[in-house]
Ligand binder design. Structure first.
Ligand code: B12
Length: 476
């Protein structure tokens, strides 16, 4: 009989993830689980996904869904901030279904496998790093009651309860061998997912990554899952991914959320040419990295291919901060790249971080001035958090007060890291001022007013606006 695996995206509250900005927060189809599920299905496992986050499922509903599918294995995904919840889900499932093997993976367990297994005895096995090859080797080993110590890339409890960590699995050299994500196992994309109103113009929409690894040296980024070598899907694979989403799910907009979507100019040109040729009713946005390789021809081609916005990681308006976080960019390069992108007729969203190492009132003021100066159409700021797995995690105590409690590692609340010389209150105040510096610019208000083309966009923007007002002027 076919063995069964149920993947779970544990629930979490948007309030926990996005704080006072929860109303403008988003829920996107989890590519992580759709990808892993496609792999286990390809290897003959009866596979299902329960996305508690999207379906707003409580524990009794989740336990009912486990009971009705009756899996042999449970696979749970978690980042640091969702780990407590994932551990709770594992614990409750184990209480009701003690024979089910619980496997967990993701950014958090990859960074802290030992601590996580010690804290949550209900997790039988932790998968470290890239998951597709490991889960197949692990399941086939467990199917035949083999020795899981022979499986590379896992953490588990040995005979005396001591945590054993096997050797790290090499990352895949060719990720094109992976099957297309099993989006069909998720709840319907157009009904259950809530993309960010400001970053998505049309529905149904999806966010996804098309590459792994990033050569950047930024110390705030957790890169221990995929490493620093850029390993992209080929342009033809990406075009197949897009075709599948357009043809089978009616997707009208895609947000390419790769760490470095534009890293290969050759691949990007091929993707754009493929999209122009296919002539879908599709628009898209992507992440970019400030670089001199971005030229007007490329930007115009992207626009012709349906791109309407590029999101750049600006991070700070202080060169001193950019240097300490190893962003490898200069303020003038940022100015030039953003101006070039706007000249090509594309919108630009700037991502910023507050409370970096060496941050002072002076550097925050530089950032605020930079926000006012740059011709950004959209803006996003979060607090700097030294996540496990990032280089910053190991040195944060030198630069400020660092609370390593997992649940506090939230990018929208300054509870985890406060640089020397600043306080939580001052950080919150600056945070609100930065948001105001952008969203109260007349040209930005006009930009958003022009976006109101239908009731859905209107409702989403109003909800975001109320959240913004409450957050900028009312909340403390
Ligand atoms: C896109 C993205 C988002 C999107 C998610 C959209 C979506 N479709 O779900 C949004 C914007 C919503 C988001 C939110 C957040 N994100 Co985010 N996000 C990413 C990003 C760029 C890609 C994630 C992705 O889809 N990767 C592709 C999949 C295939 O990779 P993966 O998830 O790592 O899964 C692989 C392995 O980890 C493993 N695996 C994972 N789960 C499991 C489970 C099992 C059972 C097994 C066997 C294996 C396994 O196998 C998978 C395949 O190889 C990553 C950085 C990156 N490059 O991965 C950051 C990243 C995951 N995010 C991060 C963070 C911090 C957050 C937030 C906490 C931010 C916040 N609000 O405070 C939230 C948390 C959301 C959550 N539910 O956990 C950090 C996590 C660091 C950490 N130690 O926790 C990362 C690593 C960024 C970074 N470099 O620092 N994020």
């Amino acid at each position: 009989m076919k063995r069964k695996i149920l993947f779970i995206n544990p629930g979490y509250s948007l309030k926990d993830l996005y704080g006072d900005l929860a109303e403008s927060g988003n829920e996107l189809p989890p590519q992580t689980l759709a990808g892993l599920a496609a792999t286990t299905r390809q290897y003959g496992y009866d596979t299902a996904i329960t996305d508690c986050a999207a379906m707003k499922m409580d524990m009794p509903a989740l336990l009912r869904s486990v009971s009705s599918f009756s899996p042999d294995y449970i696979g749970i995904t978690a980042t640091t901030i969702t780990m407590e919840n994932a551990g709770f889900v594992a614990t409750e499932i184990k209480k009701s279904f003690p024979d089910v093997k619980v496997i967990a993976g993701g950014a958090h367990i990859t960074a802290l496998p030992e601590e996580t297994l010690e804290r949550f005895p209900a997790i039988d096995v932790g998968v470290i790093g890239e998951g597709e090859e490991t889960i197949i080797q692990l399941l086939s080993c467990m199917d035949s009651n083999g020795l899981i110590a022979d499986v590379t890339g896992i953490a588990f409890r040995g005979i005396n309860g001591k945590i054993v960590i096997t050797s790290r699995r090499e990352v895949m050299s060719d990720i094109d061998v992976l099957p297309l994500p099993a989006w069909d196992l998720l709840p319907p994309i157009d009904k259950f997912y809530r993309p960010p109103g400001d970053s998505i113009n049309r529905m149904p929409a999806i966010g996804m990554v098309t590459s792994r690894g990033c050569p950047g040296r930024c110390i705030f980024c957790d890169k221990i899952t995929f490493g620093r070598k850029f390993r992209p899907h080929s342009a033809s694979y990406v075009l197949a991914l897009v075709k599948d989403l357009v043809d089978r799910y009616g997707v009208k907009e895609i947000y390419f959320q790769d760490d470095y979507f534009m890293a290969s100019k050759k691949r990007l040109i091929e993707i754009c040419n493929g999209l122009i040729e296919a002539d879908y009713d599709l628009t898209w946005t992507c992440t970019g990295r400030i670089s001199s390789s971005i030229d007007a021809d490329l930007l115009h081609l992207m626009k012709r291919a349906g791109c309407w916005q590029i999101c750049y990681g600006v991070e700070s308006g202080s060169q001193k901060i950019l240097d300490i976080i190893q962003k490898d960019t200069r303020l003038d390069d940022i100015r030039e790249c953003i101006a070039k992108t706007r000249r090509a007729g594309l919108s630009v969203k700037g991502f910023f971080m507050l409370g970096n190492f060496l941050e002072t009132e002076g550097t925050v003021k530089e950032t605020m001035n930079f926000i006012r100066e740059l011709p950004l159409t959209d803006f996003h700021m979060c607090y700097f958090v030294p996540f496990p797995g990032s280089p910053a995690y190991h040195i944060a105590e030198q630069y400020g007060k660092f609370d390593k409690t997992w649940k506090k590692m939230n990018l929208y609340s300054p509870k985890s890291f406060i640089p020397h010389g600043l306080t939580e209150e001052r950080m919150k105040e600056f945070f609100r001022k930065c948001y105001r510096a952008h969203y109260l610019k007349p040209e930005v208000i006009l930009y958003f007013a022009k976006k109101i083309k239908n009731m859905r966009v209107f409702r989403k923007l109003i909800a975001s606006l109320i959240a913004f007002i409450r957050f900028s002027f009312v909340s403390k």
